[in-house]
Ligand binder design. Structure first.
Ligand SMILES: Nc1ncnc2c1ncn2[C@@H]1O[C@H](COP(=O)(O)OP(=O)(O)OP(=O)(O)O)[C@@H](O)[C@H]1O
Ligand SMILES: [Mg+2]
Length: 134
């Protein structure tokens, strides 16, 4: 996916998290963002996936992360730095993602089963369907 940013600025109140970012990343590249704590890596990632608005121009294959969010969501995966805590069984979370992202349920189900196979975690059938108490 081609990523373009032009003069991207993001302020949180008086804190300027991003100060005029210009980026051109051609499709097919693997990139990493490296920088000290608070330098704006997560902010930039959240802008790319449309979770945060910003000033300036952002395009992913020519599409805007917020205006074209639905089209882009089917093509983007995001693993947050801190996992959100869902008080729901894994099965329900998978169902939610399948429905939000308009995925094929049977394909998602077989991928989930495959994921269990390459971890050392017991099969979902051997586990309780509820989250352990925190
Ligand atoms: N929701 C927010 N509200 C206010 N300030 C924020 C918010 N998110 C980020 N910031 C501020 O924006 C700046 C950039 O933060 P960001 O989390 O993007 O940095 P980071 O490079 O991902 O840091 P880390 O390496 O610690 O994950 C920091 O000064 C941070 O305090
Ligand atoms: Mg971060």
């Amino acid at each position: 996916m081609r990523i373009e940013m032009e003069n991207v600025v993001k302020d949180f109140g008086k804190v300027r998290a991003l100060n005029g970012i210009d980026l051109q990343i051609p499709s097919g590249r693997r990139i990493g963002l490296i920088g000290p704590n608070g330098s704006g890596k997560s902010t930039l990632a959240k802008i790319l996936i449309g979770l945060l608005s910003c000033e300036g121009k952002v395009r992913l294959d020519g599409l805007a992360p917020q205006a074209d969010r639905k089209k882009l969501a089917a093509r983007i995966s995001y693993i947050p730095q801190v996992a959100p805590h869902f008080a729901a069984p894994v099965r329900e979370v998978i169902r939610l993602v399948v429905s939000l992202r308009d995925l094929c349920p049977s394909s998602a189900s077989s991928r989930a089963a495959g994921a269990w196979n390459w971890t050392s975690t017991p099969s979902p059938n051997d586990r309780s369907d509820t989250c352990p108490a925190a």
